[in-house]
Design a protein around this ligand. Structure first.
Ligand SMILES: C[S@@+](CC[C@H](N)C(=O)[O-])C[C@H]1O[C@@H](n2cnc3c(N)ncnc32)[C@H](O)[C@@H]1O
Length: 292
C-alpha cells in the first residue's frame, strides 16, 4: 500500500480532498465505475500496494489468525463460522484472501481451505508466509476474480471473507450469486466490510471523523484516477438495506449482522479506524448468511 494511502481495508468515500492521500498526479472523485473497470483497478492497486499492506498490518493480522476487521474480532472467540471443532474436514472458500492468514487458521483446524484473490502480489505474500512454521502451503491459492469463481457448482461447505473483494466490486450481487452457486445447500457465507454508516463520515481517526460529510444514501463509487483519468482505485458503497436485498436476492438467508465493538485492549489506529471512533460508532459489519 502506498504511503500516501491510509485506505487499507477500505476508505469510505469522502468529498475530494478529505481522502487521506491523493493518488499520484491524479485525483479522488465520486463517479460511476463499472465491473471490469473496478476489477482492473483493484488488481493493479493491490499488486502495487500488497507489500506495504502486509508490512504495516501483518503483525496485527498474524500469520495464522482469523481477524474480521480493525477492531480485532477474532474468529477463535467469535465462532461466526460455527464451532471451531466442526470446521474439521469442511471445504472452505476464502474470498479476497490477501496473504491467506484466515485460510491458514482454517487449515490448522482441519478444514480444507482454498484461498482466492485477484492480486498476484497478495498471493505471493501467502507463499512467502507458507504454513507459518517454515514449511510450504498445505492448501491451494487461486488467482481469480470473485465475480467469476473458477469452481464447479456445490464445491464448498463454507465461504468467508474478511474485507475481501466485496467493498471493491461494482456488482456485488454477481459475487453473491457466484458464492451461492459454489456453496452446497445449507452452506454458510460470512463476510465483513466497512460498516455502511462510515460512508457518510469523514475518513479520519480523530474527532473530525465524527462529522457527516456525505449522504449515506449516495451510492456513487469512490474513485481515484490518474492524470490521464484512468481508474486506479475504487470502492463501492451500499446501504445496509441494499446488502440485505442483494443477499436475499442471491438465495441466502441472513442469520445475523455483527457490529463488533471496539475492545479496550486495541489501541491501534488503522486508517480511519481508531479507539476514539470505534467506541462511538461501528466500523465493521459482518454478515452471517446461509445458502437456502
Ligand atoms: C483489504 S484486503 C483483505 C485481505 C485479507 N482478507 C485480510 O484480511 O488481510 C482486500 C483483498 O481483496 C482482494 N480483492 C479485491 N477485489 C477483488 C475481486 N474482485 N476478486 C477477488 N479478490 C479481490 C484484494 O486483492 C485484496 O487482497
Amino acid at each position: 500500500m502506498e504511503q500516501q494511502h491510509e485506505v487499507d481495508r477500505g476508505t469510505p468515500p469522502l468529498t475530494q480532498g478529505d481522502h487521506q492521500g491523493d493518488p499520484v498526479d491524479g485525483d479522488a472523485v465520486r463517479r460511476p465505475a463499472g465491473g471490469r473497470e473496478s476489477s482492473r483497478a483493484s488488481r493493479g492497486w493491490w499488486d502495487r500496494n500488497a507489500d506495504e499492506y502486509q508490512n504495516d498490518h501483518g503483525d496485527f493480522l498474524g500469520d495464522a489468525r482469523f481477524v474480521w476487521g480493525p477492531e480485532g474480532l477474532d474468529e477463535s472467540t467469535a465462532c461466526l463460522l460455527g464451532p471451531a471443532e466442526q470446521l474439521h474436514g469442511l471445504d472452505v472458500l476464502e474470498v479476497g484472501a490477501g496473504a491467506a492468514q484466515c485460510s491458514r487458521w482454517l487449515a490448522a483446524r482441519g478444514a480444507r481451505p482454498v484461498a482466492l484473490d485477484l492480486s498476484h502480489r497478495q498471493l505471493q505474500h501467502a507463499l512467502r508466509i507458507g504454513d507459518g512454521q517454515g514449511g510450504g502451503l498445505a492448501f491451494p491459492l487461486v488467482e481469480a476474480d470473485a465475480r467469476a469463481l473458477p469452481f464447479a457448482d456445490g464445491s464448498f461447505d463454507l465461504a468467508c471473507s474478511a474485507y475481501g473483494a466485496i467493498p471493491f466490486v461494482a456488482d456485488p450481487e454477481r459475487v453473491f450469486a457466484e458464492v451461492a452457486r459454489v456453496l452446497r445447500p445449507g452452506g454458510r457465507w460470512v463476510f465483513s466490510l466497512t460498516h455502511p454508516l462510515r460512508w457518510a463520515l469523514a475518513d479520519e481517526p480523530g474527532t473530525e471523523g465524527l462529522t457527516v460529510l456525505a449522504s449515506y444514501f449516495d451510492r456513487t463509487p469512490y474513485v481515484e484516477q490518474d492524470a490521464a483519468g484512468r481508474t486506479v482505485y475504487v470502492e463501492h458503497h451500499r446501504t445496509l438495506g441494499d446488502r440485505v436485498r442483494e443477499l436475499v436476492g442471491a438465495g441466502f438467508r441472513l442469520d445475523d449482522v455483527v457490529e463488533p465493538e471496539w475492545p479496550e485492549w486495541n489501541q491501534q489506529v488503522w486508517g480511519g479506524w481508531s479507539p476514539l471512533r470505534g467506541r462511538l460508532i461501528p466500523g465493521t459489519a459482518i454478515f452471517v448468511c446461509t445458502r437456502a
